[in-house]
Design a protein around this ligand. Sequence first.
Ligand SMILES: [Zn+2]
Length: 158
Amino acid sequence: MLSIGNGTDTHRLIEGRPLMLGGVHIVCERGGEGHSDADALSHAIADAILGALCEGDLGVHFPDNDPQWSGANSLELLARVVWLARERNVHVVNVDSTIFLESPKLRPYIDSMRANIADILGVELGCLSVKAKTGEGVDAVGQGLAVTAQAAVLMESN
Ligand SMILES: [Zn+2]
């Protein structure tokens, strides 16, 4: 059986925080505000997997008032979601994702993000797409106030 899921995540960008996307540190004056490391890409993909499993959202599994997840490495949260899928004998077929960030350009970082996430999901690099867009100078992304990620995932029962 096949199932699809989609996930979206946004974090406000503030000074004094590192910007993490797909487990990669992006050199930037601002980083994502949040309880965990605020990795919008990892959160969107984890939410998409939870959606395909009909398992609610990330906040249900990792409450932002739980000190256990304070400053958490989001790749670790993603690994826990993948573990939940494996418990149900479901695996990821492929992922397509898009990051919306005004600057800097993400192209130099994309392959590292793909490698990190493909490794955790247990898929080939060719099954893990990460695209990047700007906000074209409009809305919160375009004004450099936020980073957003969207992901779609296809899952299959073993
Ligand atoms: Zn998030």
